[in-house]
Design a binder for this molecule. Sequence first.
Ligand code: SF4
Length: 246
Amino acid sequence: MAGLVYAPPAMKRAEKAERIHEILEQLYPEPPVPLDHEDPFSLLVAVLLSAQCTDERVNRVTPGLFALAATPEAMAEVEVSEILSQIRSCGLAPGKARNIAALSRILVDQHGGRVPEDLASLEALPGVGHKTASVVVSQAFGRPAFPVDTHIHRLAGRWGLSKARKVEETERDLKALFPESVWSWLHLAMIFFGREYCPARSHDLSTCPICSWAATRRRIAEEARAGGGGPRSRKAAAKKARARRG
Ligand code: SF4
């Protein structure tokens, strides 16, 4: 981060967005897609598997799953129990196995064996929510979409880019602040930033390459009171406070 000149905290949102864009561009000019995939179908399945599961674990199970069936046609013929046996180590595996089987049949029956390119058709598939559909649209088809998960939602709040309480509203705010051409990249850059810089445990926001100048003083004080950087530390801090109150 050497060479970056930090701005004072009282910046407008658009200025913050521009500065954050510059910092993330320096840190992650070309972030890779973390989920291994060969085509839209393997990406769709991998993103579905990544709910409540790390990307590393997904990347460990997908080779075995796609060795069993690599296309919607082939997957539609596989028993749910066989799919489950390949993905068992992922969280929520039974439901995911049922959804993979069901969505493969729908792709064959209703979409000619292809993954649809529009959000509405993707979101109609079992187990595919708005975020999963947005990842597929942007990373498989190169269309503008800004997948916002809880991590990005939390970062946008800390950085003062959105005051929204709901993920959908944060997505709306971020889309208004950044040009369409950077949405897909920014989604990945924010994920990599979070993984590299944001510890789960308590820490000092003033040492962060972005929060140190972008977070409001109120937010820094709130986070410090709550125990710092992540949900686990906040839970621990709340537990301590309850214990103090007796
Ligand atoms: S202050 Fe910590 S939690 Fe917030 S963005 Fe920076 S590194 Fe992440």
